[in-house]
Design a protein around this ligand. Structure first.
Ligand SMILES: [Mg+2]
Length: 375
């Protein structure tokens, strides 16, 4: 089976309510949907949604990368594409390249799994969990708002909640936020916090020590990406497990985090690390190092979410909840049957490949104005 053509369309989906992290407040999520046509008539789906707000590339850059490299994929046998992707944009070190690689890798996996009558998860690994624990996500809103969202998550049956921190005006305000969320959750629900790199090393150590009485499951990226010695110092100074997220930008970066002993947990986002194959390599490296993995979306539309869900299904059972219940943060979706959490769990959709179908009507409705095709 060979690639016979590529077609991509941009989208712009509004958040249900403005979503705030220590990096700012966001009203929209934009990206592109890729259809990979094959000479057997099977079409694989992928999505590229770079995170411009984190300096991880813009959608226009992703479009420029696709314009530049897309034609080279036409005519290639599908099973040669993943190795070819390793060389795509090599050295550019750009999140837009990673997002395009993710879209192509996912579309190839979707087409290959559809052709084989199996799921993408089963294509990637032998043992697959069809039902996964997932966390709810709460932004950096005021204590009363955060507590209301925590109560809603508890009532929906979530067993784990992630609270964004690092934007409070003072340590005291942050403490009140975390205390209010813990109180709303009660004792049985796991609570993890995510600073998105907002704190300095000493500030992080102080904050985590102050907040650990609220029974924190883990702290994500307490200090800025790139400071692995600092992250390792925080990890050594506190009892709460430390997760690296913004530091996990590709396979080599994940290796550096593991070598530095800087984290107990790696957060792996297929959109950031360049697709499902590099993400699987990171999961294997983490397993060897005895480090747990949380797979998350980058708050994508349904195709990107489905890809992350299939990747998460290949994790060893019993690990921490994954960040896949993010579709509800957006006002709408681009697939016919959106992937939603029920009682804190998400199931792999039935059907071959990603198990999801693109809703062309929705894509037209939320289209971002760019549509291109090569064959
Ligand atoms: Mg994070």
């Amino acid at each position: 089976m060979r690639v016979s053509g590529l077609r991509w369309t941009t989208y712009r989906l509004p958040f249900r309510a403005e979503f705030a992290t220590s990096r700012g407040a966001f009203a929209h999520r934009e990206g592109l949907i890729l259809r990979l046509h094959t000479d057997s008539g099977i079409v694989g789906l992928g999505e590229a949604a770079p995170i411009a707000e984190r300096g991880r590339g813009t959608l226009s850059e992703a479009l420029a990368v696709l314009d530049e490299v897309g034609a080279a994929f036409v005519g290639k046998p599908l099973d040669e594409v993943p190795a070819f992707l390793d060389e795509t944009g090599r050295g550019r070190g750009d999140g837009a390249v990673a997002a395009v690689r993710c879209a192509l890798d996912v579309a190839v996996c979707d087409a290959m799994a559809r052709a084989a009558g199996t799921s993408v998860a089963e294509l990637l690994a032998g043992d697959v969990n069809r039902s996964l624990a997932v966390n709810a996500t709460i932004g950096t809103g005021a204590p009363i708002q955060a507590a209301a969202q925590a109560a809603a998550a508890r009532e929906s049956g979530f067993g784990c909640v992630k609270l964004k921190v690092g934007a409070a005006r003072s340590g005291d305000e942050e403490r009140r936020r975390v205390a209010a969320v813990r109180q709303a959750l009660g004792n049985g629900i796991r609570l993890r916090i995510d600073a998105n790199g907002a704190w300095g090393v000493e500030q992080a150590i102080r904050a985590v020590r102050e907040l650990e009485e609220y029974d924190l499951e883990m702290v994500e990226q307490p200090v800025a990406a790139g400071d692995l010695p600092g992250l390792a110092r925080v990890r050594a100074a506190v009892d709460v497990p430390i997760a690296a997220d913004e530091d996990v930008t590709d396979v080599e970066a994940a290796e550096r985090v593991l070598e530095a002993g800087a984290a107990d947990v790696l957060v792996v986002k297929p959109m950031v690390v360049g697709g499902l194959h590099p993400a699987r390599r990171i999961i294997d490296l983490a397993a060897v190092a005895g480090v747990e993995v949380v797979v998350t979306t980058t708050i994508d539309a349904g195709i990107g979410t489905a890809a992350a869900l299939h990747l998460a299904a290949t994790l060893p059972p019993g690990g921490p909840a994954c960040g896949l219940a993010t579709g509800s943060l957006l006002a709408d979706d681009l697939i016919t049957r959106p992937l939603v959490a029920r009682c804190g769990r998400m199931g792999l959709p039935d059907g071959p490949g990603l198990g999801v179908e693109l809703d062309e009507g929705q894509l037209a409705r939320y289209g971002g104005g760019v549509e291109r095709e090569i064959s």
